[in-house]
Design a protein around this ligand. Structure first.
Ligand code: AMP
Length: 263
């Protein structure tokens, strides 16, 4: 049975700075409560209280919704963020990203990937062959949107994450986002660490590796974070990739395996 869904999106700013964003795909009954939670999150964000909040609710055509299974999770525990970045480079190499390209991407994230040296609102798009940045607006980048877990899959995921001590909203939201990203046509891998100053973990994801959480990827208190989508997109296919990430609704209705720590 196909149900009517709504894309719910939030974007919050303080001054000219982006401080928080969120994306859900929900039935009409669920939208109101989720919207309230998003507003609360924007007003209580560790990067500061939002001064301007954009909330968008948009109906989604049920026939357009794709379904998928969530990526498996592995947790790589490291003793400091520098070791975490080494693990990220190794994982990206296993996914097909040359060392020079991933090191350059990490440097960009750590210096603030927007032209003013702050975090971007979305992700960098990097050509995996040349290391070139492909996004047309380097403040905004590309934002993955219109994706969510079904209520049942969310419950199962939270229970599975609880068993390995990782049941928090950062991990749940990031796993949903990463699943959408790696399924994009032309996507090779994703790298992420948060812009939340209190949250030092991040991940590398790819179809083959799944979601590889890395316990530390930045120093405590650091607000510069972001995402890199490494892509192989000749010609017109860059448009297809962006349409998938930003426009195509994806509902994840099955979870994958949640493994205990690997390092
Ligand atoms: P967060 O994991 O929410 O702390 O976000 C970390 C960074 O990832 C942000 O600073 C943005 O640069 C980027 N980002 C957040 N949400 C998205 C999204 N939906 N699509 C692409 N990039 C995002």
């Amino acid at each position: 049975m196909s149900i009517e869904l709504n894309s719910l999106r939030m974007r919050a700013e303080k001054g000219q700075r982006h401080i928080s964003g969120a994306e859900r795909l929900l039935s009409a009954e669920e939208v109101e409560q989720a919207a309230l939670q998003m507003l609360q999150r924007a007003l209580e964000h560790p990067r500061g209280r939002a001064e301007k909040i954009h909330l968008t609710i948009e109906a989604v055509c049920p026939g357009e919704v794709s379904r998928a299974k969530l990526l498996d999770l592995q947790n790589n525990r490291v003793t400091d963020w520098s070791a975490g970045r080494d693990v990220a480079v190794q994982l990206l190499a296993a996914a097909g990203v040359a060392r020079a390209v991933s090191v350059e991407a990490i440097n960009r994230l750590s210096q603030g990937a927007a032209p003013d040296g702050n975090s971007m609102r979305g992700a960098m798009l990097i050509n995996v062959e040349t290391g070139e940045r492909l996004e047309s607006d380097q403040y905004r980048g590309v934002r993955a949107s219109r994706m969510d877990l079904t209520a049942q899959a969310r419950l199962e995921l939270q229970q599975a994450l609880e068993r390995v001590g990782l049941n928090n909203s950062h991990v749940v939201e990031a796993m949903i986002l990463a699943t959408k990203v790696v399924l994009a046509p032309g996507a090779v891998a994703e790298l992420c660490w948060s812009d939340d100053p209190d949250y030092q973990a991040g991940y590398v994801a790819s179809r083959g590796l799944g979601y590889q959480r890395i316990s530390l990827l930045k120093p405590l208190g650091e607000e510069r974070g972001g995402r890199v989508f490494f892509v192989r997109c000749p010609g017109q296919s860059l448009t297809d990739l962006q349409v998938w990430l930003e426009k195509k609704p994806l509902l994840i209705d099955r979870i994958g395996q949640i493994f205990a720590d690997t390092v």
